[in-house]
Ligand binder design. Structure first.
Ligand SMILES: N[C@@H](CCC(=O)N[C@@H](CS)C(=O)NCC(=O)O)C(=O)O
Length: 218
């Protein structure tokens, strides 16, 4: 019997967060594959269209990956995803909130601008081109912050793998790898093309991505 039942679609960043958390805690996940073009199962279960959706054995339904991760931590506290020190745990929450509410802004805006024109920059207006330049610069600058954070520590929360890595890795991974065949999500293409980094530009971040890539998935 699985520990968790989760609705997913292919190539979902937010679904990978749940897989990483489950892998860390050694949980078995029953994945329910949903057709990305037919979200009726998701809507019927949760009243909205986005995945992941957690279906718990007590009929609880949880949407939104940060809320699902908090639910998993409360239900299966060991091994922990959040730092044990309350101050460090609060900082981890600030990191994750910023990642979700601020860091995702530029790539989301870039995908909204570039997707409809097939990534053909010549089809953008002058103000749209300037917006692309500004948000691309933000993505590059913020990669440097991650690099600085990893000075002397192996993970974004500190020494141990945890919630900051779970939150950021499924997005930052596109900086070192192209979307796989069949993944034509413009957001993922933006993450890859505008958020590129490597061992020469960001050695600590590149080593971190390789480290997290090896983590178990539920
Ligand atoms: N805030 C939500 C966002 C969920 C979300 O955007 N899920 C994507 C997959 S990663 C989705 O279902 N997108 C549906 C669509 O774009 O049609 C979370 O963190 O779970």
């Amino acid at each position: 019997m699985a520990d968790l039942r989760v609705l997913r679609v292919p190539h979902s960043t937010n679904v990978e967060r749940i897989a990483l958390a489950a892998g860390h805690k050694g949980l078995q996940v029953e994945w329910v594959d949903v057709d990305p073009d037919d979200r009726r199962v998701v809507r019927e279960a949760s009243g909205q269209d986005l995945v992941p959706v957690l279906l718990a054995d007590d009929d609880t339904v949880v949407t939104d990956s940060p809320r699902i991760l908090a639910w998993i931590e409360a239900r299966f506290p060991t091994p922990a995803l959040w730092p044990s020190d309350p101050g460090d745990a609060a900082l981890a929450d600030v990191f994750c909130h910023r990642f979700n509410e601020v860091w995702k802004g530029p790539p989301n805006r870039l995908a909204a601008l570039l997707g409809p024109v097939g990534f053909d920059l010549s089809r953008l207006s002058g103000s749209e081109s300037r917006a692309v330049d500004d948000d691309s610069a933000r993505m590059r600058t913020w990669l440097n912050r991650f690099e600085e954070r990893l000075d002397g520590v192996d993970h974004l929360c500190g020494d141990a793998f945890g919630i900051c890595d779970v939150t950021a890795y499924p997005f930052l991974r596109y900086g070192v790898e192209a979307p796989p065949p069949g993944d034509d999500d413009p957001f993922h293409r933006v993450l890859h093309e505008r958020g590129t980094f490597d061992a020469a530009s960001h050695p600590r971040l590149t080593a971190w991505a390789a480290r997290v890539a090896e983590r178990p998935r539920g």
